[in-house]
Write a protein that binds this ligand. Structure first.
Ligand code: EG2
Ligand code: ZN
Length: 260
């Protein structure tokens, strides 16, 4: 398996470019969102049509905890905002820090949040599969939501309660009937820019839509994320899944736009 990528000293973000040279490309993610961003009045609201969404399972892929959705039709899509087509929901996952440390990927005026939720969508109008879309410049749209520590999040429990079932890399368990609409903040105001996957293969195929308002989750709920392991059950060395975030990358002249 060779030196598979990860978040450790030997295989972390600083060396990903060795196997994935696009890591040094011109539209890499995440980025820092500066204090002043140009407001674009032509940017309409983002619309999340998740009412008939169908979650399938929850899994540990060795890098994060992922909830997959049935994307065989347009039952859960986002449209509007900067998007020319509707994009189908494929999965969502999280990035987080260690105890007491922040772990978001994007930062706002240099500040990190405790965690970041990514809702991953693909352009099924133009591309015949997620993998094809993931390699195309307008193939993916990822909605990023910041998590800050505060009160318990009443709906996050269903996800954190399922985590003990997917503690080890490669584990998966049924997870039906979850609608991620319950994880959205009250306002859908957003920043948008053209970027990439934040993990290898780091494809430069993502229209990023970052919601400005964070959601609150408790320290106790975040602690349950850290019960997950990067490693499989059969591997002897334990390694707690935490700090699975890539730091901000150079903007390289890109424009970031703000909805109203
Ligand atoms: N393996 C060949 C085809 O490659 C397809 C694309 O990679 C598939 C696996 N990765 C992802 O789907 C993937 C999806 C979202 C994000 S992120 N953190 O940018 O939201 C990072 C990675
Ligand atoms: Zn992500």
């Amino acid at each position: 398996k060779g030196n598979h990528w990860g978040y450790g000293q030997e295989n972390g973000p600083d060396v990903w470019h060795k196997n994935y040279p696009v890591a040094l490309g011109s539209r890499q993610s995440p980025i820092d969102i500066p204090r002043q961003v140009s407001h674009d009045p032509s940017l309409g609201p983002i619309v999340l049509d998740y009412d008939h969404c169908t979650s399938i399972n929850i899994s540990n892929n060795g890098h994060s905890v992922v909830v997959y959705f049935d994307d065989t039709d347009d039952r859960s899509v986002i449209h509007g905002g900067p998007l020319e087509n509707p994009y189908r929901l494929k999965q969502f996952h999280f990035h987080w820090g260690g105890k007491g440390c922040d772990g978001s990927e994007h930062t706002v005026a240099g500040n990190s949040y405790a965690s970041e939720l990514h809702l991953v969508h693909w352009n099924a109008v133009k591309y015949k599969s997620f993998d094809h879309a993931a390699a195309a410049p307008d193939g993916l749209a990822v909605v990023g939501i910041f998590l800050e520590t505060g009160d318990d999040h009443r709906w996050l429990h269903t996800i954190t309660d399922a985590m003990y079932m997917v503690k080890y890399k490669g584990s998966v368990t049924d997870f039906k009937g979850f609608n991620p609409k319950c994880l959205l903040p009250s306002s859908l105001h957003y920043w948008t820019y053209l970027g990439s996957l934040t993990t290898p293969p780091l494809h430069e195929s993502v229209t990023w839509i970052l919601l400005k308002d964070p959601i609150a989750v408790s320290e106790k709920q975040l602690g349950k994320f850290r019960l997950l392991q990067f490693t499989g059950e059969e591997e002897d060395q334990r390694s707690r899944m935490e700090n699975n975030f890539r730091p901000p990358q150079p903007l390289k002249g890109r424009r970031i736009r703000s909805s109203n």
